[in-house]
Design a protein around this ligand. Structure first.
Ligand code: PMP
Length: 430
């Protein structure tokens, strides 16, 4: 009871001092005090399985990152107006993660601190390169907090104004649309949008997408090629927002876009890049970036600083040394299999899909009509929490559980997650 009192006090203090836009998860908010690997502990000593966090992607409190940050912080932290090896070493290493079909040497890097800033610059670059203003994003996308990125982020809800020259397309969701060739379907939507903007006198600047369409409901696959060809044929820029799928999570590939075999003009990255240290960046084709950088300077005080670069270097090294990409592929497939089996006993499980350790668990009222079960999904979050499993929902109907644990999530964790899903479904539907 004393600790419930503490939860209440902390919640009240938040309301007193923090802006109202902050939203807490859960009816009984979770007060975390420690993390290790894929696990978290609250102030009462309860252990949780983190099924949500792609920031602490190589594991909470990873010693390699702690040591790298500590060592560099002890020595020096400055900005990009002085020479320093780390930003160069890191960029050279980062380029080696690009898929073989791209020419790594063609891509140049810029660094900042948040995914929003990376997307913000990417859009400015796309506009500079094309001379256009027309942007295409998906109907439930989220790309950031700035004026520009929030204007292409319908996930923020109806209160968020969408930019004047922004075209929002339905996401390439083959389950919800029932369309078999979702690649051709989506490419046609892109062509139609470009034709419409052209007819209105708006020049096409580019298409931005999170290649796993996380906010749109987690839509893994290999279907984007035709759509990106259409973007390029129309002279537009393709921005691959890798804030969610990037850094080995999808298992098959290091980058989400590479699963589709497409060539982005700009790749933006954040969240898992520094395992919790605020660091983000973009890699852009030299020719595209030059249209901006030849005329406009860019300086981000903290972007690319040696401490952030040290964290980012440690992340790449750990992914390589611990074989986390192959691990994500292997354990992700086992987890997907285990979660899929729940559909046998539970009618409300509509579709379970995933790529590596990025899994969407879609709940429906009726499997035939596929009517989304939003209330069930929200109730599931609370039930899962009471069984120590933390996650959240995604998709236009808020009925898709987003299962996206830190990459050390292992075979031993699958029974915990599966049983929690199983019991929660039983409790709520019987
Ligand atoms: N793009 C995507 C796909 C995201 O998921 C997010 C964060 N949820 C962002 C951009 C923005 O990143 P940040 O919060 O670091 O600004």
């Amino acid at each position: 009871a004393a600790l419930d009192e503490q939860t209440r006090r902390l919640t009240e203090r938040r309301q007193e001092v923090l802006g109202g836009s902050y939203r807490l998860f859960y009816r009984k908010p979770v007060h975390l005090v420690r993390g290790q690997g894929q696990y978290l502990w609250d102030a009462e000593g309860n252990k949780y399985l983190d099924m949500y966090n792609n920031v602490a992607s190589i594991g909470h409190a990873h010693p390699a990152v702690v040591d790298a940050v500590h060592g560099q912080m002890q020595q020096l932290n400055t900005h990009t107006r002085y020479l320093h090896e780390r930003i160069l070493d890191y960029t050279e290493e980062l380029r080696t993660t690009l898929p073989e079909y791209l020419t790594a040497g063609d891509y140049k890097a810029m660094y900042m601190c948040t995914g929003s800033e990376a997307n913000d610059l990417a859009i400015r670059v796309a506009k500079a390169y094309t001379g256009g203003t027309g942007l295409i994003a998906t109907a439930e996308a989220y790309h950031g907090t700035s004026e520009l990125t929030s204007s292409i982020s319908p996930a923020l809800g109806s209160g968020q104004p969408i930019g004047e020259h922004v075209w929002l397309l339905p996401a390439p969701d083959s389950y919800r649309t029932g369309v078999k060739d979702i690649g051709a379907w989506f490419a046609q939507k892109i062509r139609d949008a470009i034709a419409e903007m052209t007819s209105q006198g708006v020049t096409f600047a580019g298409f931005i997408a999170d290649s796993i369409f996380s906010s749109d409901g987690v839509l893994p696959g290999t279907y984007l090629k035709e759509a990106i060809d259409a973007v390029h044929e129309a002279g537009g820029v393709f921005i691959a927002d890798e804030v969610q799928p990037g850094f080995a999570r999808t298992g098959e590939e290091f980058w989400g876009f590479a699963c589709h075999g497409v060539s982005p003009d700009i790749i933006t990255m954040g969240k898992p890049m520094g395992n919790g240290i605020p660091v983000s960046g973009l890699l852009a084709r030299s020719e595209v970036l030059a249209s901006f950088s030849d005329t406009i300077p860019y300086f981000s005080t903290f972007g690319g600083n040696p401490v952030s670069m040290a964290a980012a270097q440690a992340v790449l090294e750990v992914i390589r040394c611990e074989g986390l990409q192959a691990h994500a592929l292997d354990v992700g497939a086992q987890a997907l299999d285990s979660f899929r089996q729940l559909a046998t006993a539970h009618e409300n499980v509509g579709d379970v899909r995933g790529s590596g350790l990025f899994i969407g668990f879609e709940l429906v009222r009726d499997r035939d009509t596929r009517e989304p079960a939003r209330d069930l999904a929200l109730a599931m979050l609370e039930e899962l929490r009471s069984r120590g499993v933390l996650t959240s929902v995604a998709g236009p109907h808020g009925n898709v559980l987003k299962l996206r644990p830190p990459l050390p999530f292992s075979e031993q964790d699958i029974p915990w997650a599966t049983q929690a899903l199983d019991e929660s479904l039983s409790v709520l539907t019987r």
